[in-house]
Design a protein around this ligand. Sequence first.
Ligand SMILES: Cc1cc2nc3c(=O)[nH]c(=O)nc-3n(C[C@H](O)[C@H](O)[C@H](O)COP(=O)(O)OP(=O)(O)OC[C@H]3O[C@@H](n4cnc5c(N)ncnc54)[C@H](O)[C@@H]3O)c2cc1C
Length: 258
Amino acid sequence: MLYAKSAMMHMGRYVTGLGEAASRHGAKIWEKAPMTGRRREGNGWVIETPKGEIRAERIIAATNGYSNSVDAAPLRYFKKRIISVGSFIVATRPLTPEEIAATLPGNRTYVTSMNIGNYFRLSPDNRLIFGGRARFSATSDQSSDEKSGKVLRASLARMFPHLANADIDYCWGGMVGMTKDRYPRAGEADGMLYGMGYSGHGAQMSTLMGQVLADMAMGRTDTNPLQGLSWPQVPLHSGKPWFLPLVGLYFGLKDRLS
Ligand SMILES: Cc1cc2nc3c(=O)[nH]c(=O)nc-3n(C[C@H](O)[C@H](O)[C@H](O)COP(=O)(O)OP(=O)(O)OC[C@H]3O[C@@H](n4cnc5c(N)ncnc54)[C@H](O)[C@@H]3O)c2cc1C
């Protein structure tokens, strides 16, 4: 199926641009200062971080697939509901014009319709960027990304046999936040506003929900399309998704049988 109006985004530039725009409008950004605890003070909160304390009237939790990345008791509600899954990408060496013509004519973005699918496109310098969930890993770090990169390389070779021996120059990954029904959630819990659970499709949804969460912080809830949606916890889940390999096997089997 072809969506003629589809487009590509450079997520690194986008997130940097969002950060710069927020700073221009007066937001303060503290990097490497995760909330590890919090306590009430007057009508607001004192947020504890390893770098010091921050006072705030409202707290918005937008921690998505990173909700269990630090030991933060206040995020317990989300840890029982968000399933953090690694998502990974490899980039080949720049392709030749002949290889491009045989691989991605028309320079479009592609996504497969499998449960454990892949998405791919060309970079501006003609590398094939090829991504996917790879092996349903619960972590993204150098070693996990490398293992997932090998799985992606094998998928790439199956799909494009003529690129089976093309060098892989880059490999990276990160965490996405899934919900059980793969539908995002936004509302208020444990004294915090929250928006998360974009299930791998947060580039655009989290931007929209950021505006909604700002409305909610100002006391307006009628712009929240997810208002009132229940969010039961995932049974037997408290942050580390031990069941991911089983989920991977299940969806892999469904793909093979379909
Ligand atoms: C490889 C890869 C490919 C992807 N491809 C696509 C795609 O093609 N299309 C798409 O729509 N989406 C894609 N996604 C998903 C998309 O990146 C996410 O859905 C999106 O980033 C969610 O944005 P967010 O702001 O809600 O959360 P995130 O960007 O995950 O940010 C959460 C933040 O919370 C912070 N945090 C965690 N704990 C604490 C704490 N205790 N205190 C303070 N801060 C904390 C983290 O440091 C992090 O900065 C992809 C993701 C990956 C990893």
